[in-house]
Design a protein around this ligand. Structure first.
Ligand code: ADP
Ligand code: ADP
Length: 232
């Protein structure tokens, strides 16, 4: 069964229908790509799942339970981690403090002292192949790609069930995009259900299992990798 399920979900801002009749199943161990031009409704969809906006129509369920998130906290507490494009991590906070904000997600650890948090952060980032020489430096000094990777590593380590990625490669070059795409696959292989929002069909095709194209707030295409064939 899908971990997050949207059934005919709609969202209106006054008389602007940002989303209409959107159905979508997010399954663990799958990357669901959501594609669409500007204004198609991608941010609105993220905001509903992340608890920033309430939907105005239809049903959102998590683990088979009908939900209506009133705050980001409620979404996070349901195991849904959201990584935003520009705010992947808190820029003024050190790398290790940012990493340990993930503890909020599952309370995997109780209170730990700074030395221990720093050590665990170093060990985990190294294990996942992310090399950050100085864990005390503010995250804002890192590249956009590094920030995305740390945010994904954090969600995996702290046991998120669902990872929502808001255009994680939009501001990156070819090489950094490749690294971030590799991390998206790692999250999938760790068993998370990944929602990969992008306007880049190439990036979607490289990693996706399932593809949803939004157009003017509606699902214009819903297809699985197995249904895409390169043969004539
Ligand atoms: P995307 O992320 O795909 O660019 P959005 O979800 O931001 O799309 O926007 C979908 C539609 O809803 C657009 O027509 C946009 O102008 C409108 N919209 C988004 N947010 C608001 C808002 N807060 N108030 C009014 N209209 C909005
Ligand atoms: P929130 O409701 O999450 O606080 P905003 O309403 O400020 O966020 O805007 C969310 C997004 O929707 C932004 O990307 C913004 O550009 C867009 N937006 C906000 N108001 C409108 C609007 N009236 N028409 C179209 N897009 C809008």
């Amino acid at each position: 069964t899908p971990i997050v399920h949207l059934d005919e979900v709609g969202k209106s801002y006054g008389n602007v229908h940002a989303l209409r009749g959107v159905s979508l199943a997010v399954r663990q161990g799958e990357i669901t790509c959501v594609l669409g031009d500007n204004g198609a409704g991608k941010s609105t969809l993220i905001k509903i799942i992340a608890g920033l906006h309430e939907h105005t129509d239809g049903v959102l369920s998590v683990n088979g339970e009908v939900r209506r998130f009133g705050s980001p906290r409620e979404s996070l507490d349901s195991g849904i981690a959201t990584v935003y494009q520009d705010l992947a991590l808190a820029p003024l906070m050190s790398v290790w403090r940012n990493f340990f904000l993930g503890n909020e997600l599952t309370k995997r650890f109780g209170t730990l002292d700074a030395t221990k948090m720093k050590r665990i952060t170093g060990e985990e980032l190294t294990k996942m192949g992310i090399s950050i020489p100085n864990l005390e430096q503010p995250v804002g000094m890192l590249s956009g790609g590094q920030r995305q990777c740390i945010a994904i590593a954090r969600a995996i380590f702290f046991g998120a069930k669902v990872l929502i990625l808001d255009e994680p490669t939009a501001a990156l070059g070819v090489k950094q995009s490749g690294v971030v795409l590799k991390y998206i696959v790692k999250a999938r292989d760790a068993g998370l259900g990944v929602v990969f929002i992008t306007h880049n069909p190439h990036h979607a095709y490289l990693v996706g299992n399932h593809f949803i194209v939004l157009k003017l707030g509606r699902v214009a295409l819903d297809t699985h990798r197995a249904e895409i064939t390169l043969e004539q």
